[in-house]
Write a protein that binds this ligand. Structure first.
Ligand code: NAD
Length: 308
């Protein structure tokens, strides 16, 4: 069995060493392709492998076509919009993610970004506090739940909206108030922390109408994906409402324009870094390797995201 670790942006060494140990202990061969700069390198590397571990690397239909022996792809991380699921499913290739493994890293960053904006991007002058403010959690998944918990730790009043979690008890046990619509969440909250995945339904769903509903002085914190924001709508509302702020871990396509136009009211991390902690690297990397071994040895498919 041959496992490929294909990471344009490599894991911390301790994490890739951990993958090697798990894979080799299972009696499989590990091949590593790191820091590749051209798609052709990936196409060549996948030719004879049975399994692939990736991070934000793109597994397109072309890559799947080139991987004749491929049986499983594991995205070490939460979002899997970088894998062509339809192409994988057509070949009955299992695609998995490693949910929850980097959630804490992302949640801590979301809170950090809130404070950073509340304190005028750490420039001199009078800022505000997040204590006592209303925090809206847009999608109550692994990251959203942790941001809610940490927000409560800071003395925030926490609301959440997730149409797929309808059992009120899930929110209530965390001291979080569920709201009935996304409009209600944005109308109510001083901070909205975005945690929806990028899907056909969610892309550009955070638009002008929704953002216009936010209360005076509100801040949107996006550590999810840039695609869920309607960037034209965001630019329009930021121009009309000089009290609103937008902070993100995933620079918008028009981030340069946003930075120029809205200065201190917008910020994007220089490079997506939500999951970039040593702890998250290790957690996600080891989970990916263990999931591959469990899949081949026991048929374990708990984290499969494509079904047929
Ligand atoms: P998760 O799968 O645990 O949770 C996603 C939640 O979104 C689920 O509870 C689901 O019910 C909800 N949801 C789906 N569609 C929705 C909709 N239309 N409206 C409201 N809720 C909806 O994922 P997670 O680990 O919490 O991660 C959330 C997202 O954050 C990921 O999809 C990924 O895109 C992003 N992410 C970014 C980084 C980073 O480095 N910045 C790292 C990890 C995850």
């Amino acid at each position: 069995m041959k496992v490929l670790l294909a990471t344009e942006k490599p894991f911390a060494k301790v994490a890739s060493d951990g993958i090697r140990e798990i894979v080799e202990k299972a009696g499989y061969e590990l091949v590593v392709l790191e820091k590749y700069t051209d798609k052709s390198e990936l196409l060549k590397a996948v030719a004879d492998v049975d399994a692939i571990i990736i991070r934000s690397d793109k597994i397109t239909a072309e890559v799947i076509e080139a991987a004749k022996n491929l049986k499983i792809v594991v995205r070490a991380g939460a979002g899997y919009d970088n894998v062509d699921l339809a192409a994988a499913t057509a070949r009955k290739i299992v695609v998995m993610n490693t949910p929850g493994q980097n959630s804490n890293a992302v949640a801590e960053l979301a809170i950090g970004l809130m404070i950073f904006m509340a304190r005028n991007k750490f420039t001199p002058g009078t800022g505000t506090e997040i204590h006592g403010k209303r925090l809206g959690i847009h999608a109550y998944g692994n990251v959203g739940k942790l941001v809610a918990r940490y927000g409560k730790g800071f003395g925030m009043e926490v609301y959440a909206y997730d149409p797929f979690i309808t059992d009120k008890a899930v929110y209530e046990k965390d001291g979080v108030i569920p709201v009935g619509s996304v409009e209600e969440l944005y109308s109510k909250c001083d901070y909205v922390s975005v945690h929806i995945p990028a899907t056909e339904q969610t892309k550009k769903s955070i638009n002008y109408d929704l953002l216009s509903k936010m209360p005076k002085g509100a801040t949107i914190v996006n550590t999810a994906r840039k695609e869920v924001i309607d960037e034209e709508g965001l630019a329009k509302v930021l121009a009309e409402r000089t009290d609103l702020k937008y902070v993100t871990d995933i620079a918008a396509d028009m981030q340069v324009v946003l930075n120029e136009k809205f200065g201190n009211r917008v910020f994007a991390t220089p490079k997506k870094m939500g999951a970039e902690t040593q702890e998250a690297n290790v957690n996600a990397a080891l989970a990916a390797a263990n999931q591959i071994v469990a899949f081949f040895t026991k048929g374990e498919n708990r984290f499969q995201v494509n079904k047929w």
